[in-house]
Design a protein around this ligand. Sequence first.
Ligand code: FAD
Length: 359
Amino acid sequence: MIGAAVGDRAAGWDLAGAIPLEVLRGLGAEGLLCAEVPAEFGGRGMSGRQNGELTAHTGALCSSLRSVMTSQGMAAWTIQRFGTRQQRSEELTRLTRGQLAAVAFSEPQAGSDLSAISTTITDDGDSVVVRGHKVWSTAAAYADLVLVFGRYRDGAAAVLVPTRTPGVTVRPVAQPLGCRAAGHADVILDDVRLPAARVLAGTSQPLGLLTTIALSYGRMSVAWGCVGIIRSCLRAAVAHARSREQFGKPLAQHQLIARHISELVVAEQSATRLCEHAADCWDARSPELTGASVLAKHACAGHAAQAAATAVQVLASAGSVDGEPVARAYRDAKLMQIIEGSDEICQLILAEQALERER
Ligand code: FAD
């Protein structure tokens, strides 16, 4: 289904900087953009591993589409975890019927340090008023809803903001380095008035708890997306090394090129195993999920960035043109080392957990 929807159009979407809205709505209405949502809410009820393999499959075809999928899944997961029964029933059903969602944590002064979030959600009778400026929200350019994280009462909350509400401005990010068709946008919230019922759970939560739970899904999804990037790079490198001849024999028979292929195999296997472990933690609702998702995201992003560079090296001039899958992978993979917790932030979390564990 996703393969048919993408066909051979991923390079064109990347160059145009957009995926046709009807493609996204069609996949959304099939429940494929947040496939782990339970069937009672119109979803596919996929396990962590099934959803992960779907995400990897999508990531191998088109990282922009995979990014939209990650945002939709992260919004759906946050609603599942924090929403009331009524919010779950109404909002998840919207997301499995073709409406599109983005997630907005980051702000001009709150990137790695989400404790610096300054967006406010303020009670006003039966309403809340949202004020703030969010940046780089993936899929916001397509979204019907943005899940906005902000300060609320004595803690924080996530509030579902329909993008058509007066006071909401969505300003697309111009010419991003990679995932160019993922609909990244800034979201400006200028005294946006909403029914109080749009605040998830209707109450405040610790900011760290809210962001960690949302990001655990996002990190696992990005990690599986990286598995997809690595698989597409391995496929492209093998095909080229078999067919292109230099010095009288196929590139694959030159040992230094064979070493590149072996490195891609190691990357693919290592990344897949880490993702499977995270997915198993997810399915078991294990407290290990937080660490497993950080580890998977960090390691898989590194493997993907290296794999894409290796694949470009194997294809050389044939892979050095915009529109070539390995050239696209090279740009897309670099961004995976920045999003959902940069490499450095993941390293700090992993070190902190080890120091705690090995006391
Ligand atoms: P900064 O926080 O300014 O960091 C700059 C550099 O300093 C980085 O290398 C960082 O690792 C390092 N650094 C920072 N603090 C430390 C420290 N304590 N120790 C060591 N090194 C440190 N945001 C959303 O809310 N929703 C989205 O959907 C979304 N999608 C994105 C998609 C893309 C393609 C990109 C590029 C960004 C997206 N973002 C999104 C924003 C993303 O989450 C932030 O870019 C990321 O958290 C890093 O923040 P920053 O860019 O402000 O970098």
